[in-house]
Design a protein around this ligand. Structure first.
Ligand code: ADP
Ligand code: MG
Length: 320
């Protein structure tokens, strides 16, 4: 008998759902691009992997939701808060992945299906991130609009490298996945679980016990690591647009890290090899997963998923 396959959490980056060269693809294209990613997940299902969680980013999608909202604000002055925008993006992306995965698996005659979970994540309202909004989201504004938005909506706007002003929001640390039990249940029923989209919907628990959405976004790699630990996943795979984590990235000495221990990655992290806001959160997420008893973390290119699982591509990180 075959030994059971390890369980996997696969975190898809922006390139799994959006073309790398354009911010606003045709709707049809979103399905085509998603198909490329889901074919690779189907390959794993075919090889007997049965406990799989998929998570995904939402940067471009939430940007578009924001843009639509801003363009129609004269007609619909109602302002939808950020937690609801993240929920919108989870529903939309969940639908696309669920739909495409169904097609891919029926074509292969496989009975497995995927199920999306709208995911809320508890954060601490006292998290220092709330005092220093840092994550740029949505469209660019003129200086005049920026002043207006600060006064009228209480937003924080920052100048973005000469391209205009952009809203920045806090990016607090994820503490607890509200729907954790649902992930367990969905996996036990034999579904592939899709969730924690865009890092999850940030919420706080009020003293009265209610969940309340917050105007923030959570890093998707960080939430993926937490979800992987909370659901006892064996291998955490972060897929992105590069072959893995590099030392001396974008310098003539750049070198792909193929295999490393947590301690080695931590030392390179401290030396500043991984850029803030892109590779650094991935390495931090991998390290936090391994610290919480994960057996292996991998950072790899989307196209290399199968080899990454087999230990033959990307940056393979082991505890130690
Ligand atoms: P994703 O949508 O997958 O989260 P990000 O842009 O957030 O993508 O992160 C991946 C990017 O990180 C790569 O495309 C690369 O440009 C950048 N990066 C920064 N530092 C490094 C590094 N040391 N090694 C590899 N890539 C790096
Ligand atoms: Mg990212």
């Amino acid at each position: 008998m075959n030994s059971p396959r390890p369980s996997l959490l696969i975190a898809f980056g922006g390139n799994a759902l959006n073309p790398e060269d354009r911010a606003h693809p045709e709707q049809k294209e979103e399905f085509t691009i998603a198909r490329r990613s889901m074919e690779k997940v189907a390959d794993l299902v075919e090889r007997g992997y049965d406990k799989i969680i998929l998570t995904h980013g939402n940067g471009p999608q939430v940007g578009r939701i924001f843009l639509q909202q801003e363009l129609t604000r004269g007609e619909f002055p109602r302002q939808v808060t950020l937690d609801v925008c993240v929920a919108d993006s989870q529903g939309r992306i969940g639908y696309i992945l669920q739909n495409v995965f169904d097609s891919v698996l029926s074509e292969r005659g496989l009975p497995r299906r995927a199920f999306s979970i709208i995911t809320q994540v508890i954060v601490d309202p006292e998290d220092p991130a709330f005092g220093q909004p840092s994550k740029p989201i949505g469209v660019f504004y003129s200086e005049e609009d920026a002043k207006h938005l600060t006064q009228n909506r209480g937003w924080t706007l920052k100048q973005d490298a000469g391209r205009g002003f952009r809203r920045v929001v806090p990016s607090p640390r994820p503490l607890l996945i509200v729907e954790k039990q649902i992930f367990h249940a969905i996996l036990d029923l034999g579904f592939i679980a899709i969730g924690a989209g865009g890092g999850g919907i940030p919420v706080r628990r009020t003293p009265a016990g209610r969940l309340e959405g917050l105007e923030a976004v959570i890093d998707k790699d960080s939430t993926s690591a937490l979800l992987a630990s909370e659901t006892g996943i064996d291998i955490f795979i972060i897929l992105t647009a590069v072959k893995g984590a590099f030392l001396n990235y974008r310098s003539p000495q750049q070198r792909l890290i193929q295999r490393a221990t947590s301690a080695e990655m931590q030392a390179w992290l401290d030396e500043g090899h991984f850029l803030e806001g892109s590779m650094k959160p991935k390495v931090e997420a991998a390290l936090s997963f391994l610290k919480n008893r994960g057996s292996r973390a991998v950072i790899a290119h989307l196209d290399d998923l199968t080899d990454a699982v087999d230990g033959k591509a990307g940056t393979q990180i082991y505890p130690g």
